[in-house]
Design a protein around this ligand. Structure first.
Ligand code: UDP
Length: 325
């Protein structure tokens, strides 16, 4: 079971794929989540199955016309925020039923105050294709992420349960260069203020039934359901079927999103304007730390996918080894 939520690995980057598959074999899982809006089910990402269910349209031309009509009626020319971006991509009906509630639950902020790029992560397709990612390579490490990380760190000394910031001086004396992947504001003792993060909480249950939802991920896109999605772990594994036997039970996790506070695990940076400005100030401080490289989700305050983190780490490592910065 993934302790930190779904984490479906996907990439178009051949170098990243070649790198990561040295440490794990990946299964052939393809993410095709379902959206549940007050019991109405829709296919994700937004594609012809979604448009057909929403409007009864059958051809790509009819779907495109419907989207165009709704975009025109909303009067959007240059999308300036997530709401406008979403409506101009898929129209108002889909925005209202499949985007607004989910996004506001996930980010705890109105869609009009969120940056447009968040929704651009999702493909919009005029084909009957439920594959959530536009990626050449996709899957889940068959023995799990913990084993994969174990292999990646083989032969390297690792100290767990050791707070770097609390033991900074002693640990810094061990190395010439330090790679810091914790929250950038924590590194500087929050001296310019606190950056905002979203945290995630999972409620996991073992159920006495073989098949709870028939799919690995179901998003609850209405505003009223308190969780944002439910994952049913067994469906991440290839070759499972829903017939009794050893599979008479199932494990599900409900995912709840909340505003991060000190002591919680930070998950997502909130990349709105206010936090962007504060991060830029921290970045200036970070650039002046000669021995320290700041990387990753928290170190760079960036909504990074796993493959993008690896690509960036490989680039940084190459640059360091070649002696440039
Ligand atoms: N999103 C949405 N409805 C959905 C799924 C995603 O509106 O059913 C939007 C939402 O704004 C969300 C973004 O797409 O913040 C990215 O969602 P995804 O689930 O891909 O993000 P993850 O949490 O997996 O990084």
């Amino acid at each position: 079971m993934h302790k930190y939520g779904a984490h479906i690995f996907h990439t178009n980057n051949k170098k990243v794929w070649a790198y990561i598959t040295q440490f794990a074999e990946f299964n052939r899982f393809t993410n095709s989540p379902i959206a549940n809006y007050h019991g109405e089910l829709y296919s994700l990402p937004f594609n012809m199955y979604t448009f057909n269910k929403m409007w009864g349209v059958v051809t790509p031309e009819e779907a495109a016309a419907k989207i165009e009509e709704q975009k025109k009626a909303a009067g959007i020319t240059e999308p300036g925020n997530l709401e406008e971006q979403a409506i101009s991509l898929v129209g108002t009906d889909i925005y209202e039923k499949l985007i607004k509630g989910y996004t506001e639950k996930q980010w705890g902020r109105p869609c009009r105050e969120l940056p447009a790029f968040i929704i651009k992560r999702l493909p919009v397709r005029l084909t009957y294709d439920n594959n959530y990612f536009n990626a050449l390579y996709q899957g889940i490490p068959m023995s799990g992420y913990t084993k994969m990380m174990g292999k990646l760190l083989e032969g390297i000394e690792v100290r767990l349960s050791t707070d770097y910031l609390e033991n900074k001086e002693r640990l810094d004396s061990l190395a010439e260069k330090i790679i810091y992947t914790g929250p950038v504001d924590a590194y500087f003792g929050y001296r310019l203020g606190t950056l905002e993060y979203r945290s995630v909480r999972f409620e996991t249950e073992v159920l006495d039934e073989p098949n709870f939802q028939g799919n690995a991920a179901v998003n609850y896109t209405d505003r009223e359901t308190p969780w944002i999605r439910i994952i049913e772990h067994k469906w991440f594994e290839f070759g499972r079927d829903d017939q009794g036997g050893e599979l008479e039970k199932t494990v599900i996790s409900r995912e709840y999103s909340s505003e991060w506070k000190k002591g919680d695990e930070p998950y997502y940076p909130v990349n709105d304007e206010k936090n962007g400005r504060l991060y830029a100030q921290y970045k200036e401080l970070a650039d002046r730390e000669e021995r320290v490289l700041f990387g990753g989700h928290l170190g760079e305050y960036k909504y990074y996918d796993m493959d993008a983190v690896i690509a960036s780490a490989l680039d940084r490592a190459e640059a360091e080894l070649e002696g440039r910065r």
